[in-house]
Every structure is written in structure tokens, then in C-alpha cells.
Design a binder for this molecule. Structure first.
Ligand SMILES: NC(=O)c1ccc[n+]([C@@H]2O[C@H](COP(=O)([O-])OP(=O)(O)OC[C@H]3O[C@@H](n4cnc5c(N)ncnc54)[C@H](OP(=O)(O)O)[C@@H]3O)[C@@H](O)[C@H]2O)c1
Length: 260
């Protein structure tokens, strides 16, 4: 078996740090990416010690072009990499219209532009090698417009759509895709956005260890879309079938009769 080497973005805390711990426990070597080098080095040392795996640290701000290029280059040139966990992301709290535009731009640059560039680099490199896995961390808010910040939800809908399209394109190439759609998960993301985690009902909040364990199990099982807390995946299938039923009618050569 090929030795796994996973590059994880946003590995200094929360979901990314938990992927690092659980993948190290499975014997995977790691490249940890985030801005906070001190935190990454601390995690790297503890994982080397506890699991005997190779861990390197790549400090990068993925909203900055030079840093971004460094990480994309690593994905292209380091032929040992077998897995990208495209996880780094942020949320802007409050309604879209009320939010300042600058944090919204930073969020879109991280959640969409950086994720896209890394997915693109990994897709080209993995396809050329005939193997590799790309895990994109979306969110259940990709499916909703009833709450949260519209630009955040839309950024996660983008991740879901990109992943499904990449899966179609790369089918048969040896490249495996997974979109993970977490619901509320206990991490620092709420603090960072100035929201109190205690405002969220406990029954809606998953522990981060459970979330990542479920996501990895979903990957093991070959899932393209992982909805960690949804028991009845028939509900997802129905939603998908409803979209498919619309397909024959969404692009025709004349308007519907209500417009005539
Ligand atoms: N927690 C939830 O409820 C939830 C639900 C659905 C989806 N998600 C998604 O899960 C992913 C991980 O979030 P989390 O909950 O684990 O949040 P978190 O604990 O705040 O972790 C975010 C990670 O991203 C890194 N990061 C932030 N800005 C960055 C930048 N400019 N460049 C590079 N790295 C950056 C942070 O590290 P540094 O500060 O060191 O850079 C940190 O490692 C995100 O994509 C999020 O949208 C979370």
C-alpha cells in the first residue's frame, strides 16, 4: 500500500486539527497548513511523538497570493501527497446586508478562491499520477437560505457544486472526491466570528471528534456527499431526484406559457 501523505488546510484548530489527529492515528504522514506557525508546530510535535508519523508545517495565509502559490506548488510538486483536506474557512456573523464588505471579501477569498486554487492544483497533480483524494469541507448551510449569512451559505453551496462537478469530470481518473457537510460543530469558528457557542442548542451541536470520525468513515465507504448527522439518506436522495426531475425543462427554446 502507498504511504498516505495528507495536506490539511486550517490544521491549527477545530476540524482541521482533528483531521490531523485522526489521520495520524491511522498512520498517515501530514503537511499542516494555517497561519499560526506556533500552533501548527506544537500539534506537529505532539503527533510525531504519539504516532511516529512524519509531520511538516507550512505556515501560510491562504488569502495572500504569495502564500497561496507556495501551498499550490507543494501540491503540484510533492508527488508523495495522496490526500488534500481543503478545510480552511471562516464565517462572517450576522446578515449579509448588515455586514462590512471587507470581512465578506476575506471570507470569499478563503472559502472560495483559495479552496478552488488548491482543488485545481490537486486535481491536475492527482489525475496525472492516476490517484489521490480531495476532501472539500462545505457545510449544511449549502442547502439552506433560512438562516446565517447569505454570502457564507453561498460560499458553501459553491464548494458542494464544485465538488460534484469535479467528481463527474474526474470519474475514472483514479481521483476520489468527497464533500463533507457538517452541521454546527464545536470549534473556535463561533468565537472567531464574535458569536457565542452557548447560543446554539446543545442538541444541534456535534463534537468535533465525532464529526471528523464520521467524515472519515464516509470517505472509507466511498461517499461523495457526507451529511454526518442525517440518519435517513433517502431524504437527500429525494432532494436530488427533485432537482433531476427539473432538468429536462430548465433550458428550452421558448418561455413557459405563463410568460406568453
Ligand atoms: N464549526 C462548524 O460549525 C462548521 C460547520 C460547517 C462547516 N464548517 C467549516 O469547517 C471548516 C473548518 O472550520 P472550523 O469549525 O474547524 O473553524 P476553526 O476552528 O475556526 O478553524 C479554522 C481554521 O482555518 C484556519 N484559517 C483561517 N483563516 C485562514 C487563512 N487566511 N489562511 C489559512 N488558514 C486560515 C485557522 O487557522 P489560523 O488562524 O492559524 O490561520 C484554523 O486552522 C471551515 O471551512 C468551516 O466553514 C464548520
Amino acid at each position: 500500500m502507498t504511504q498516505q501523505l495528507a495536506l490539511i488546510t486550517g490544521a491549527s484548530s477545530g476540524i482541521g486539527a482533528t483531521y490531523a489527529k485522526q489521520l495520524a492515528a491511522r498512520g498517515s504522514n501530514l503537511i499542516l497548513v494555517a497561519r499560526d506557525a506556533a500552533r501548527l508546530n506544537q500539534l506537529a510535535n505532539s503527533l510525531r511523538e504519539s504516532h511516529g508519523v512524519d509531520v511538516s508545517v507550512l505556515a501560510a495565509d491562504l488569502t495572500q497570493a504569495d502564500d497561496m502559490a507556495k501551498v499550490a506548488r507543494e501540491l503540484r510538486d510533492n508527488h508523495a501527497i495522496t490526500l488534500l483536506v481543503n478545510n480552511a474557512g471562516m464565517v462572517v456573523e450576522g446578515e449579509f446586508t448588515d455586514a462590512d464588505i471587507q470581512p465578506l471579501q476575506t471570507m470569499l477569498s478563503l472559502n472560495i478562491i483559495a479552496l478552488t486554487e488548491l482543488a485545481h492544483s490537486a486535481a491536475q497533480a492527482f489525475r496525472a499520477r492516476g490517484q489521490g483524494t480531495i476532501v472539500n469541507i462545505a457545510s449544511v448551510v449549502a442547502l439552506i437560505h433560512e438562516a446565517m449569512n447569505g454570502a457564507y451559505n453561498a460560499s458553501k453551496a459553491y464548494v458542494l457544486s464544485l465538488t460534484r462537478n469535479m467528481d463527474r469530470e474526474l470519474s475514472g481518473s483514479g481521483v476520489v472526491l468527497q464533500a463533507v457537510l457538517p452541521g454546527f460543530t464545536r470549534t473556535e469558528i463561533f468565537d472567531r466570528a464574535g458569536k457565542s457557542i452557548s447560543d446554539i442548542p446543545a442538541e444541534k451541536m456535534m463534537e468535533v471528534d465525532d464529526l471528523v470520525a464520521a467524515a472519515l468513515r464516509g470517505l472509507d465507504n466511498g461517499e461523495l456527499i457526507t451529511l454526518p448527522s442525517v440518519e435517513d439518506m433517502g431524504l437527500w436522495q429525494k432532494l436530488d431526484e427533485a432537482c433531476s426531475a427539473l432538468l429536462p425543462f430548465i433550458s428550452l427554446n421558448k418561455p413557459a406559457s405563463r410568460y406568453l
